[in-house]
Design a protein around this ligand. Structure first.
Ligand code: MG
Length: 263
């Protein structure tokens, strides 16, 4: 009984706040200086001044800070075969042309992030169908292919036609010119970064492509290196700066006016 009375008293005290510790007096509110009134100048950044470069007369012309990778003359100045030997691609009328069996070529320089301009032309004399018509490719960092193909009135799988990030992203539209006409790719590329694990990207490679001035790839994140057969994610390996590479797929495809700006 006595026990019950004590418990009752404790409960009563708890419910009624009996014996509650009184809160300390509130500290005086801190006084801060009044915020300065915002003026337009407070958000203007003046220094350092943006670097001045000279644009080309036409947007396809190299600006003054670009590296010219092919100007229509000496192909061996900036390119080699993938084996490091002089390429056997032919140079004719200011263009370099892949011929069957001439092999892939790659730039002597290695790149990370860049803006690339490259012009290409598939044969005016149409032969072959699907992937067998005017097939070549621009490999970014030797690993990630922007498909080059005669996709004018030539159905193939959508993620393998001209402007596709091959087998990963189809182009947003088909804006191909007729076979035998020059076309442009303007490619903005952000290289991947890696953590300690080389089997995954910390940040994936990202690509934007304009074909003939039309956006066809909008900042897509690649899943891994381009694969003809298989899953890209399984082939990720840590890498630093790498070359550009152009594909010999057995079809004569011409390239000209190639320039790059490192970012
Ligand atoms: Mg190809």
């Amino acid at each position: 009984m006595k026990k019950l009375m004590i418990i009752g008293l404790v409960l009563f005290s708890f419910v009624n706040g009996f014996g509650q510790v009184q809160p300390a007096a509130k500290p005086a509110a801190t006084k801060y200086p009044e915020l300065e009134k915002m003026t337009p100048g407070m958000t203007e950044v003046w220094e350092p001044e943006i670097k001045i470069i000279q644009p080309g007369v036409a947007s396809s012309d190299a600006p003054s800070d670009a590296i010219i990778l092919f100007d229509g003359s000496d192909i061996n100045k900036e390119w080699t075969g993938v084996d490091g030997k002089p390429t056997i691609w032919t140079v004719k009328d200011g263009a370099m042309i892949s011929t069957r069996g001439s092999g892939y070529i790659k730039s002597k320089r290695a790149f990370s992030d860049f803006q690339l301009h490259i012009e290409w032309k598939t044969p005016s004399e149409v032969s072959g169908t699907s992937q067998g018509r005017g097939n070549s490719g621009v490999f970014l960092q030797e690993l990630y292919e922007v498909q080059v193909l005669d996709s004018y009135d030539n159905r193939t799988y959508r993620n393998g036609q001209a402007g596709a990030m091959y087998k990963q992203y189809p182009p947003l539209v088909n804006t191909c010119r007729k076979p035998g006409e020059w076309q442009t790719y303007d490619i903005i590329y952000t290289a991947p970064t890696f953590g300690t694990d080389s089997l995954v990207y910390k940040t994936p490679p990202r690509v934007t492509v304009l074909q003939n001035g039309v956006l066809i790839q909008n900042n897509v994140s690649l899943r891994g290196p381009t694969q003809y057969i298989g899953v890209p994610e399984y082939t990720i390996k840590k890498h630093g700066p790498l070359s550009l590479m152009l594909q010999d797929h057995g079809n004569p495809v011409a390239y000209r006016n190639i320039w790059i700006r490192e970012l």
